[in-house]
Design a protein around this ligand. Structure first.
Ligand SMILES: Nc1ncnc2c1ncn2[C@@H]1O[C@H](COP(=O)(O)OP(=O)(O)OP(=O)(O)O)[C@@H](O)[C@H]1O
Ligand SMILES: [Mg+2]
Length: 360
């Protein structure tokens, strides 16, 4: 998969810009604040319709403008797609693919997928469980685009059950209805999370060994708040429904849904020890990178070709050996790498100088 070109209008620090990258590795070099991450973010947005920085659309519009426009051409085995996007402060976002509105936003993912390596990825390992749940859920969307709608269904069901609990007018019958919805949506979410975790863990020991330079056991432990786990599939909905019923008392008191996949705690283990509590900073970073590499391999398998790679400033934090190993583990696909110091990047490629608002 590759990006042929991208046009930006009033996107973040870019007033008007056209970028025609090379097919292989593109190294984007520039000082802090030059707009390197912004450019990567625009490519990610074009492919996924959301910012990898997790911010609201409005933040992407240049400060002095009312709307941002992104246009670009992406090519995969399926053919080429012209993607056009308009983000406005006052209107709904507009998306066109080859000139027409996509039936579902998932259509875009049949043309293009991206995997992004970000400096904050280490937080998946270091911080609370929400980011680890996010890793599985985001990977699931990249692997099976239909997972996105299932995740929204679950979030909505939990939000509505919570709204009922907060309303102070909780009757058993209505609560039962929402228990059922949460349980069914939760079972679907869990099925995807299981499959995504399995796909990632199938590759992670090898990708960890590739970066670290030695075999190290990498494991995943899934602690559930409701008795569900990553192995059995059949009775997930029943199990979750029972747990929801059992926690009705607590939930009424706390006015929120306290059990379910949205509270589960995935944990990574490196060499048998909890990575959050016991791994060194370098090991945590290696694990985060190996999980992204695992995602990349899983996505390439499912899509039948490697996705576009975005690497935001990832080499500067690694020692020379690990930086080289990471570079060697990447597939030969179109890659965008940002750096403030070009000597930190052990990849050969087309070099671009990024200055405020310009790339050449
Ligand atoms: N909506 C916006 N409108 C105008 N400028 C913006 C907007 N959002 C961010 N910026 C500016 O973009 C610049 C940051 O760009 P970016 O994050 O791409 O830098 P960078 O080259 O990646 O720097 P670093 O090397 O520090 O990571 C900041 O100066 C910021 O003020
Ligand atoms: Mg940056």
């Amino acid at each position: 998969m590759r990006l042929g070109w991208i046009d930006l209008l009033h996107f973040r620090s870019y007033d008007r810009m056209r970028f025609e990258p090379a097919d292989g590795v593109n190294v984007l070099v520039g000082p802090n604040g030059a707009g390197k991450t912004n450019l990567l973010e625009s490519i990610g947005y074009l492919a996924t319709l959301r910012s990898f920085r997790g911010v609201a659309d409005e933040v992407l519009i240049a400060d002095d403008a009312d709307e941002a426009v992104l246009r670009g051409e992406v090519t995969s085995q399926r053919g080429s797609a012209l993607v056009e996007l308009e983000i406005s402060r006052s209107r709904r976002r507009r998306v066109l693919i080859n000139g027409s509105k996509p039936g579902r936003t998932t259509d875009l993912r049949s043309y293009v997928r991206v995997v992004a390596f970000l400096p904050d990825d280490i937080d998946m390992v270091k911080r609370g469980p929400a980011l680890r749940r996010g890793l599985f859920d985001d990977a699931a969307v990249q692997l099976w685009p239909a997972a996105a709608a299932e995740q929204r269904d679950y979030e909505r069901a939990v939000a509505q059950r919570n709204a009922l609990l907060r309303s102070g007018r909780v009757d058993r019958f209505t609560l039962q209805v929402w228990n059922d919805r949460v349980a069914h949506a939760g079972a679907k979410l869990m099925q995807r999370r299981r499959a995504a975790a399995e796909a990632l863990m199938r590759h992670a020991p090898a990708t960890y060994a590739a970066i670290a330079g030695r075999e190290t056991p990498v494991e995943l432990e899934y602690r559930s708040t409701w008795g569900g786990d990553l192995s059995d599939e059949d009775d997930t909905a029943d199990l979750l429904a029972e747990a929801l019923e059992a926690s009705e008392g607590v939930d009424r008191e706390r006015r929120q849904t306290t059990v379910g996949p949205h509270r589960d705690e995935p944990r990574f283990l490196v060499a048998g020890r909890g990575a959050r509590d016991s791994a060194s900073q370098g090991e945590q970073r290696t694990l985060a990178l190996s999980l992204r590499l695992a995602e990349l391999r899983a996505v390439a398998e499912v899509a039948g070709e490697p996705p576009i790679l975005l690497l935001d400033d990832v080499f500067s934090e690694l020692d020379a050996g690990r930086a080289k190993a990471l570079a060697a583990a990447l597939p030969g696909t179109q890659t965008f790498v940002t750096t403030a110091r070009v000597e930190d990047v052990p990849l050969e490629g087309r070099r671009w100088d990024v200055t405020s608002g310009k790339v050449d």
